[in-house]
Ligand binder design. Sequence first.
Ligand code: CP
Length: 375
Amino acid sequence: MKHLLNILDLSTEEIGELIATAEDIEAHPEKYEDACRHKILATLFFEPSTRTRLSFESAMLSLGGNVISMAGANTSSAAKGESVADTAEVVSGYADIIAMRHPKEGAPYVAAKHSSVPVINAGDGGHYHPTQTLADLLTVHREKGAFENLTVGFCGDLKYGRTVHSLIAALSRYRGVKFVLISPEELRLPEFVKRDYIEEKGIPYTESASLEEQIGKLDALYMTRVQKERFESEEEYARLKDTYILTEEKMRTAGKNTIVLHPLPRVNEISVKVDEDPRACYFKQTRNGKLMRMALILKLLKDKETAEKGGVYQVGGGGERERNTFVSTSVKCANPHCIFPCEQELPPLFYRDKRGTLCCAYCDAAAENGKETTV
Ligand code: CP
């Protein structure tokens, strides 16, 4: 694999290997303390972050490597108008691996196309957040022992919650999984996620607006913050932000082994009183995130080294999408959060999904709701 843009760039076997490596790192940290000596990680964060950026940096330092960091769009030449493409081209000359967060969907895909080193998507708009998914998967694996046959509930902002999209994509590959999607009408799961990872695979799912009605049926409950930064209207955000608050009282109606996950940061959606509940796993997720990011850095650097020695280097970075992508100037992406219109002279890349719908290769949104539209 070359880049990690979408969690599906990793096979289920590779995810199993990363989990095994993470477990070994925790058991024998001394084996890894020099593993990335003389290697440099660049963290390019065009959006705020606590966990992702600092756990990536802590991960690289614990592997004996070094870190260069750009923590905010205003502290780099992006503030002068430099493109993502040029930034990636330049930074890949300074670092061995890049972790990028960006508010525009598909920005890490653009970076990957212009980088000579592996690019990791550390969150792109409301699209994907694959390394949070690695943290989530290690947590589920440790708490439940396996991914098969789990009923997983997602609650809150399923529209803009990029961690939800990536975790659904990841879990959709395991036998017997069921999803319960709990959200207000306005924050329902985007079509591309439902289409590609649930309906296409025939996974049973329920959509509901009531956490109270669903909580007792779940093996895992994934709470999410309503993503204030993605809303066009302050009033709309204010109206929806406290739709779901997980309290001790609600936890009394959950199963005795129902684990509670949250990518964090939380605002108000889980009462701090729930933190003492042994089923609350969200702080464990943050620690598991560092272990999985260590395992991922090791894997990507090792894959690159193997390729440089003439070994097999899978294209990765977009998985199946990469192989079917074509340029079309007769359609346009309808997603206002897509990177495509923000960068100069990007090729208008599209692909057809399994149903034949034309989708933007940067952000996966259907072109004008699936209709071909003349520019
Ligand atoms: N979960 C997560 O992405 O947290 P940060 O925004 O703090 O990185």
